[in-house]
Design a protein around this ligand. Sequence first.
Ligand code: ADP
Length: 720
Amino acid sequence: MSRIASVLLPMPLPEAFDYAEPEGMDLAAGDQVAVPLGPRLIRGVVTALREAAGGNRPLKPVAERLDEPPLPPRTLEFVQWAARYAVDAPGQPLAIALRGARAPKPRPVRVVVPTGVAPARPTAARTRVLDAAAAGPLPPADLARTAGVSSGVVKGLVDEGVLALEQIVVDAGFDPPDLSRLGETLNPSQAAAAQVLAGMARTGGFSVTLLDGVTGSGKTEVYLEAAAAALAADPDAQVLILLPEIALTQAVIARVAARFGAQPGEWHSDVAPPARRRVWEAVAAGRCRIVVGARSALFLPFAKLRLIIVDEEHDTSFKQEEGFIYQGRDLAVARARIEGAGVILASATPSLESLRNAEQGRYRWLKLSARHGVARLPDIDLIDLRETPPETGRWLSPPLREAMAQTWARGEQSLLFLNRRGYAPLVLCKACGQRMTAPDTDSWLVEHRYTGRLVCHLTGFSMPKPLACPHCGAKDSLVSIGPGVERVEEEARELFPDARISVFSSDTVFDAREARRLVETMAAGEIDILVATQAAAKGHNFPNLTLVGVVDADLGLRGGDLRAAERTYQLLAQATGRAGRRDRPGRALLQTYAPEHAVMQALKAQDRDAFVAAEMSEREMAGLPPFGRLAAVIASGPDGAQLEAFMRAMAEAAPNAEGVEVYGPADAPLGLIRGRRRKRFLVRADRAVDLSAYMAAWRARVRPPGAIRVSIDIDPYSFL
Ligand code: ADP
């Protein structure tokens, strides 16, 4: 009897489509196939096969089974689980899972190889070329350069038949990790933690451990021991290390390569498509045993995943906010459960969610309470900007400038932290008072001096800074309000004209290579003052960095969403934690207008536990995460009245359920993006409620008009 194949397509469709399995194709779940959809052939993945009952209308047949690695069953299960959790179409996570499979293959290159024929005239230059060629295939120009000869020498040898040209696909492969190598000698508390983690990795199976250690306590050293144990336990075992930033992946890749003598697979948005393809295939085949990557690496087709490490697990960058909306840390735990793998969540400032799970005994809890060796945690002081303000139009207060001068005099490094890109967050006309805003979007334009443009950070819209006010026409009337990193750099240059100063933000460091270069330059002590956004404030080791100045410690508290205090605490604890990581004592200074605020007091006293306890009790009283669940509905459309009517209908359609409260509809704080009006609902539920199921039921009751887009955000981090 013939069979029917359910095929999931990597697009936002509500379900898999049925196709007939052609005679003899012999499909299996996970196979990549090409199927007709309208006039086109589309790549999809078989999710299930069943016997055709007969009598149904004829189905279109599967066009082809692709000669590509199948998606492993557990990867497929994870994709489907993730879609259900996120209340989204399963084709969305499938598209992420197939990203590597759909990337172009690495292209063959022309190389020269020895043929075994001896040269007629063996000159010194020719001998050097033959020696170099014997070491491995190289493109002709590279071979000439390596041998230190002109390209004519190589060409002559090819013409003579001593060397031959061949097309090959350079596949550096993935060397197996060298498990005979040893890591650093661990101190007693590191060794104790490593022993527990290694035991977990050896035993295998699903479990979650929170590795809770102060900045510089050696969490990375410790989790690499767990990785070593996992890799040693099974010759096919694979380990995934997730990081929140591309800049951090670079540092960890270097440490993994040093520890295991093998380059791990690298996976993030900046990896070129052919390299992505290579990693994807090697992961599916089990040849690539260690992957270091950003959150989307969770969707790779691991053949035998044994351990997932989520480093800086508290970091909000693990939340993907666009397209398929998911929290990478939470999905890491879900994937591990499906794979029967262990999870290590590492952080100096764990999320309240993970701390709660650890307190409740759902996660194992390991603590490292001191920095390694002689390094101490930095002293943290608050600078009350009401008492010692900077001069008008300046952003560095006298005490901070003084500390920078002392640091510079000692030949040590300073880091000025300001989580704001560009030169000034706001530009206004001093003649008419109008603020420069983005067209069609509720946001102020940010001034960027390096490029001379005004930029909308939400949509990417940009324009040259006008010479006259577009509203009133006044000339030279536009003034820059407030600081961004570029402006702080300008001030630092005026104060320290001889210092080597660099800026680290996503505008100056746009790819992995540049990030690596800047981090290395800083680590080598070749920068005196680094002005940085959060991109550089996390995770790095800068041995000679002894002063961290936080330019605007209050920044993250404004706007005050659910996690504002938690996030500010985490970010500033991370930033200040960069200081004094070796033998020299470090110091951190926080400029604030609210020194009495609980977050500032907790940072100064370095009393995380008191801060967490206060924050937990507030969340518990309000029934907010981690004590309750949240979800958001964001609807947008070009026509305000139509959107309003749809939201009213949606409010009426909200199912009644015990332990669920629906708030809204309300205008989103960002009420207009790219000409689309936005409105929101916020849903709060008790922990026992399956909020994904509730949202799915609600979503199924409404049918938005074509122009309206509805997205559901389970466990929202952004409330804009
Ligand atoms: P964390 O991840 O907790 O911030 P790291 O693992 O990056 O800490 O360690 C901080 C610094 O201390 C790194 O430079 C690391 O190489 C060093 N270090 C940590 N533990 C040891 C150890 N046992 N022996 C030698 N160096 C260590």
